[in-house]
Design a protein around this ligand. Structure first.
Ligand SMILES: C[S@@+](CC[C@H](N)C(=O)[O-])C[C@H]1O[C@@H](n2cnc3c(N)ncnc32)[C@H](O)[C@@H]1O
Length: 284
């Protein structure tokens, strides 16, 4: 097998996640600080980790409130071959899928739980991880022709990129308590909904509501005051303009595509924001 570092530059997300940033990377790249000017990188809403895997900062602190997700990252990093072996035992069949979905995760080993989450993510409808209010995974079978349940090169590349990375299941505010100047923090929270009728809900059943958005803005203000460089993704809802309406911030418009809407006519381009508290960017 090749040395793990041989995979580092090809790492990409191994999960599909609501709000995944893969497609926005070309628009973010000129705005983010140059990689070599960042001492430590913090990403407190890691999701599928598209930004982290693109840059692969050597000193990274990745976190998410979703404990099951962080466990998957730890297992992929620390028990890569065991996760691969467990995934190879899974099948893309409806009956099998529903049996796996019904399994009580607490009765499984950490490796089995990680493989189960990856398996469900690859074979469920729309390929998205979603839980109901009781924390149970409730997405129906996806009926894909030949989903890549076990993408060995991608998992090994991810494991190599994650080596030495600090992984924690914590709230975003706790995750950035130790950030200091020369660090860079990228926040990608669940977005403020654009339409008045949507609820402020999140992907893991626990909700990310108005108060959380205010708390996030206050965290960003605190980091700004102590000289930490910060970038925040969010929607272009009025509340976002209001929360970051201060001279310290640039609100940069980003053209995104709605890609998790089941109604095809609502998949058109949509304006989002990237809010930054520093001048310049990578421009290369
Ligand atoms: C928009 S997604 C991140 C998408 C990610 N950037 C990607 O490319 O896939 C938001 C993430 O925030 C997490 N989350 C929600 N509330 C949180 C909180 N209070 N603290 C930390 N993470 C939270 C969710 O579990 C979810 O994984």
């Amino acid at each position: 097998m090749a040395h793990p570092s041989a995979y580092v530059n090809s790492a990409r997300p191994f999960l599909k996640w609501a709000g995944g940033k893969q497609r926005l990377l070309p628009q973010y790249a000129p705005i983010f600080p140059p990689r070599e000017k960042i001492k430590r990188y913090f990403e407190p809403f890691i999701g599928s980790g598209a930004v982290f895997f693109h840059y692969q900062f050597p000193q990274a602190h990745l976190s998410d409130r979703n404990e099951k997700l962080i466990e998957v990252y730890k297992m992929v990093r620390d028990q890569t071959e065991q996760v691969i072996a467990a995934l190879q035992g899974h099948r893309n069949e409806a009956d099998y899928y529903y049996a796996m979905r019904a399994q009580e995760p607490a009765g499984l080993s950490s490796v089995e739980r990680a493989a189960r989450l990856i398996y469900l993510n690859k074979t469920c409808y729309n390929g998205l991880y979603r839980e109901n209010s009781k924390g149970a995974f409730n997405v129906p079978f996806g009926r894909y022709h030949n989903p890549k349940i076990c993408d060995e090169p991608r998992l090994r590349a991810a494991a190599a990129a994650l080596r030495g990375v600090d992984l924690r299941a914590v709230d975003f505010a706790k995750a950035v308590e130790t950030a200091v100047p020369h660090d860079f923090v990228y926040f990608d929270p669940p977005y403020v909904p654009l339409s008045q009728t949507s609820n402020f809900t999140s992907y893991n059943g626990a909700g990310f509501d108005y108060d959380d958005q205010v708390r996030l803005a206050e965290t960003v203000h605190r980091l700004t005051a102590v000289g930490v460089r910060v970038a925040v993704s969010n929607s272009s809802a009025d509340l976002v303009y209001d929360l970051y309406n201060q001279p310290a911030y640039r609100l940069i418009e980003i053209q995104a595509r709605r890609n998790i809407n089941s109604q095809a006519d609502k998949r058109g381009p949509v304006k989002e924001l990237l809010i930054v508290n520093y001048d310049g960017g990578c421009k290369t």
